[in-house]
Ligand binder design. Structure first.
Ligand code: 5GP
Ligand code: MN
Length: 337
């Protein structure tokens, strides 16, 4: 944030406000961590703060401090609408367009509150009074740390905020290994550990939570993995039937696509997950190097994200989606090889 933006934020926060902090649909560790960390800070500054998510989040994130205080729009529609309507200020975190909040989007769009956007995704929409957007950042959680720092608020750092932000940074950087992980990221992480984030415990809480069902589903996914060597590409499919057979629960497929990307020579990996309830195929796209899955998803899958990680959806059937994918790859051969 530049000094003008910092003064604007300071003026918006200089008297007690009713604040809502919103994350994106299907919230991940960064959405949950950044929203909770910011909310904890704002409460200490004397504001009334509600953290709101469009829908529920996976079990492996439930242990994070203060998740019990999150309002889930889908579960409490009327109450959530009242909260948004009565808000003075709405922070939107870890997303770049209101439609990333699903059914909550029209509710937010109708709000009279001022918006502050904090996010690291590409091409943010222009709906906020303050736009703190930085696509070089590894995570929104790191940005929340810098936000608190910019407001001279590091004295309010505590072990809960430290844990919340640590989760967000760790999950969005693939445990500090993706290219957006910088020396500054590690300095922030060091400060979080000094303020009470228990790094090893957090890692175990997030990653050592496999159920037998999830591991079996991973087995199915790996069995379905297809390599397309001529395009340095690999893809995985999971049908609704395969998900059902293995008692799929929210979050179970998190990270599966990384196995495809971990194969030698692969620079582009994608997982297609059938969702019969929503009648879509949801995909997660990942890449290495310059190949932009953000652009690819924007062009073909009504989605987006970052250069190396994006999401999207298709309205075709699973087999049609895969056939279409294979048919468009030759257009990208030069970028992929
Ligand atoms: P994932 O594959 O884990 O769902 O998403 C990868 C990244 O892309 C995340 O940072 C996520 O927020 C972003 N993302 C996922 N789906 C979409 C989408 O439909 N639109 C945009 N703009 N970003 C998305
Ligand atoms: Mn993020």
């Amino acid at each position: 944030m530049n000094s003008k933006e910092i003064s604007l934020v300071e003026s918006l926060l200089n008297s007690p406000k009713h604040i809502v902090v919103v994350g994106h649909k299907n919230p991940d560790g960064d959405a949950i961590g950044s929203c909770l960390g910011l909310a904890n800070f704002l409460r200490q500054k004397g504001h009334q703060v509600i953290v709101m998510m469009p829908n529920d989040f996976p079990k492996f994130l439930h242990w994070i401090p203060e998740t019990d205080q999150i309002t889930i729009y889908e579960q409490e529609v009327k109450k959530s609408e009242e909260i948004v309507k009565n808000a003075d200020l709405i922070f939107t975190l870890d997303f770049n367009a209101l439609n990333r909040t699903g059914d909550l989007a029209p509710v937010l769009a109708a709000a009279t509150a001022d918006f502050i956007l904090i996010d690291h995704h590409q091409q943010p929409d222009d709906y906020a009074k303050v736009i703190y957007s930085d696509v070089t950042m590894c995570s929104t959680s790191q940005m929340v740390y810098h936000f608190i720092e910019a407001l001279q608020g590091l004295e309010f750092m505590n072990s809960k905020i430290a844990t919340q932000l640590y989760v967000g940074i760790m999950t969005d950087t693939g445990s500090f290994r993706f290219p957006a992980t910088t020396a500054t990221t590690h300095r922030v992480i060091a400060a979080l550990i000094e303020n009470g984030a228990k790094n090893s415990e957090i890692h175990q809480n997030i990653y050592d939570t496999n159920s037998p069902d999830r591991l079996k589903l991973l087995g199915v996914a790996l069995n379905n993995l297809v390599m397309l060597p001529e395009f340095n590409t690999a893809y995985i499919t999971l049908s609704q039937e395969e998900l059902n057979d293995n008692n799929f629960k929210k979050g179970d497929t998190e990270g599966f696509v990384n196995y495809a990307l971990s194969m030698q020579g692969v620079v582009f990996a994608i997982i297609f997950i059938e969702n019969k309830k929503e009648d879509i195929v949801k995909m997660s796209l990942r890449s290495k190097g310059n190949f932009s899955v953000n652009e690819f998803s924007r062009s073909h899958y009504n989605g987006g994200g970052h250069t190396n990680a994006a999401g999207g959806r298709s309205l075709l059937t699973l087999s049609e989606t895969v056939a279409e994918f294979i048919s468009i790859l030759p257009k990208y051969k030069e970028d992929l090889t």
